[in-house]
Design a protein around this ligand. Structure first.
Ligand SMILES: Cc1cc2nc3c(=O)[nH]c(=O)nc-3n(C[C@H](O)[C@H](O)[C@H](O)COP(=O)(O)OP(=O)(O)OC[C@H]3O[C@@H](n4cnc5c(N)ncnc54)[C@H](O)[C@@H]3O)c2cc1C
Length: 296
C-alpha cells in the first residue's frame, strides 16, 4: 500500500550558537538574533516518511506554521525528497500557544490536505519544548496516535508494525491508518539533501519571496509565479483565509496560555533532600511536593 503522508516540521532557533542578544529584556526569546535550523526531531519525522515512501511508495507533504523565513526548512525538506511543501504564515497566527498552533495545523490538514494516511510529527521542538503539538493535532483530527516512534518495521496492508523507543526499552505495536506518529531518535539519522534536488529546489519560492526573486531576475511577479508553478517550484503559502480558520482559535485570542513570569532556575546543593525508601519516606516526599505545588 502506498501512503499519503503529511509531515509537520518546525524551524527553531539554534541553541548551540547562543549570543548575548538571545533573550529580550522581557525574558522572551529574540528569535531574530539566533540562526534558525530544522527542528532535530522533525528531520527524523521526515526521514521516517521518506523511508516509508522508498519502501512502499506514496507522497510526502511537509507543512510548517511560522514566519516567512521558515520557507528555508521547506526547501531543505524538498531537497531531501519531500514532494510538496506548504508554508502556513499569517500575522493573525502570531503569538499562538500550542493549542492555537495545533488548531491551525489540524485545520489545514482537514480543509486542504485530506484524505491522508499518516500525519507524522517530531516528538518535541527544541524551543517551545512542550511535546504537546503532535498529540493535540491527533485529538483535533480524531486520530489514534503512536508516540515515541523509532521506526516502522513492517506494513501489513493499512496496518503498521511500529517500534517505539521508550529510552531503556523498546515496544512493538501494531496500528491501523489513518494514524498520527510522533518520532524520536534512535532509529538512525536523517538522509542528506540530494545534489540533484538541491539544484532544482534552491529556486523554490514562497509567496513572500516571489517579489524579491522577480526583481532579481527582472521579471514580472505574475510571470515568475506561473513559471515556478509549472516547474513545481512554488511553495504553497496559506493564511487564515485559505484554511477557513476561526479567528477566535488563532493567535493570541486563541491562546489560553499566559506567561506570567520567566526566570532562571538555579539548582543549589542545599535544596537536596533525601527521603527514606519506605512508606513514611514516600508520604513525606508527596507531602513536600504537594506543599511546593509540584503536585496538586
Ligand atoms: C503564550 C505563548 C505565546 C507564544 N507566542 C509565540 C510567538 O509569538 N511566536 C512564536 O514563534 N512562538 C510563540 N510561542 C511558542 C509556540 O506556542 C510554540 O512554539 C508552538 O506552539 C509549538 O510548541 P512547541 O514548540 O512546544 O512544540 P512541540 O509540541 O514540542 O512540537 C512537537 C512537534 O509538533 C510539530 N510542530 C510544532 N510546532 C509546529 C509548527 N509551528 N509548525 C509545524 N509543526 C509544528 C513538530 O513536528 C514538532 O516536532 C508562544 C507560546 C506561548 C505559550
Amino acid at each position: 500500500m502506498s501512503f499519503t503522508m503529511v509531515v509537520l516540521v518546525k524551524q527553531v532557533p539554534n541553541w548551540s550558537n547562543i549570543t548575548g542578544e538571545a533573550m529580550n529584556a522581557d525574558g522572551t526569546v529574540n528569535r531574530n538574533a539566533l540562526p534558525a535550523v530544522f527542528n532535530p526531531d522533525d528531520l527524523l519525522a521526515l526521514e521516517l516518511a521518506l523511508d516509508l515512501k522508498d519502501r512502499e511508495g506514496g507522497r510526502v507533504t511537509v507543512l510548517t506554521m511560522g514566519p516567512p523565513r521558515a520557507a528555508d526548512i521547506l526547501r531543505d525538506a524538498l531537497c531531501r525528497g519531500a514532494d510538496r511543501a506548504i508554508l502556513l504564515s499569517d500575522r493573525r497566527f502570531a503569538a499562538s500557544d500550542t493549542l492555537a498552533t495545533s488548531y491551525a495545523l489540524a485545520q489545514t490538514i482537514i480543509t486542504r490536505l485530506s484524505p491522508f494516511d499518516l500525519v507524522i510529527c517530531g516528538r518535541q521542538a527544541i524551543d517551545g519544548d512542550t511535546a504537546q503539538v503532535g498529540p493535540q493535532v491527533a485529538e483535533k483530527l480524531k486520530l489514534p496516535q503512536v508516540s515515541y516512534v523509532e521506526r516502522v518495521l513492517e506494513c501489513r496492508g493499512d496496518r503498521l508494525v511500529i517500534r517505539r523507543n521508550l529510552g531503556r526499552a523498546h515496544e512493538i505495536v501494531e496500528a491501523e491508518t489513518p494514524l498520527l506518529l510522533t518520532v524520536v531518535g534512535g532509529g538512525g539519522s536523517a538522509r542528506w539533501p540530494n545534489a540533484r534536488l538541491l539544484l532544482k529546489y534552491r529556486r523554490a519560492c514562497s509567496a513572500f519571496e516571489i517579489e524579491k526573486a522577480a526583481q532579481a531576475r527582472g521579471a514580472a511577479v505574475g510571470e515568475l509565479k506561473d513559471e515556478l508553478a509549472a516547474r513545481g517550484l512554488l511553495i504553497d503559502t496559506w493564511g487564515v483565509d485559505e484554511i477557513c480558520a476561526d479567528l477566535n482559535r488563532t493567535g493570541l485570542t486563541g491562546s489560553p496560555t499566559k506567561v506570567k513570569k520567566i526566570m532562571n532556575v538555579v539548582l543549589k546543593g542545599k535544596d537536596l533532600k533525601r527521603f527514606a525508601p519506605d512508606d513514611a519516606g514516600v508520604k513525606a516526599l508527596v507531602d513536600e511536593l504537594t506543599a511546593e505545588r509540584t503536585f496538586g
